[in-house]
Design a protein around this ligand. Sequence first.
Ligand code: OAD
Length: 234
Amino acid sequence: MTRQHIVFLTGAGISAESGLSTFRGKDGLWTKEEFQYFASADCLYYEPEKCLDFYNMRRKKLSEVEPNVAHRLIAELEKEQEVTVITQNVDDLHERAGSTKVIHLHGEMTKVCSSNNRYDPKYIREYPLTTPIKVGDDAGDGSQLRPFIVMFGEYVFGMEVAEEIVKYADIFVVVGTSLMVYPANNLILHAHKEVPKFVIDPGEMPKCDALGYTHFKTTATEGMKQLLEAFKEL
Ligand code: OAD
């Protein structure tokens, strides 16, 4: 295959085999109703301790897991191809596997920011995953320090850039996302009609099927191996 720009859209399913829970599966995080509240802008405002504790738990868990074969195979593709990863995940497993162009639509658990100026780069910084964020920790502008994460009820920045990247992809691959969450789920509509499009997910993917995606109905690690075989035919 000649050098192509391959764009991946990834979700929680790619990190499942690393040991991180998905959101909507049988044991998904959102099956616990209070967790959805803990992950909301309302909770951060009215009951910050509950929100921060929920993220402190998830941040600590992230410090205990490693990228899996799927993350690594995507990173390795960079040796021969131009690769951009657009992820809904807030973990850093793509980066730890070696991917260099990763766009995080929903934020990053390895970083913190200001509650008053969420996207002001002055206050966005790395923060050790094992250091809990506490009520009263100052973000630098007098406001509560918080995880650099998009909470329920908050705006997703960067969609226009992501849409442009998908629009000009030579190959588009969706891995491990239920495509239930707007606006990221709409990205599948932006890939060009004529380019090869793939989806790797053990579940049913009716929206992708309707758009002519080739579906590898399996786990991310196995599906990535099948995808690399399919690339040989392109
Ligand atoms: P979901 O939990 O909604 O979907 C996970 C997808 O991964 C499902 O389609 C599963 O079938 C699939 N899956 C499960 N195990 C897998 C495996 N081993 N390999 C590959 N796929 C597997 O997670 P997302 O679609 O990522 O947002 O959720 C999107 C957003 O919803 C998240 O970013 C989060 C959540 O609310 C925020 O917190 C802002």
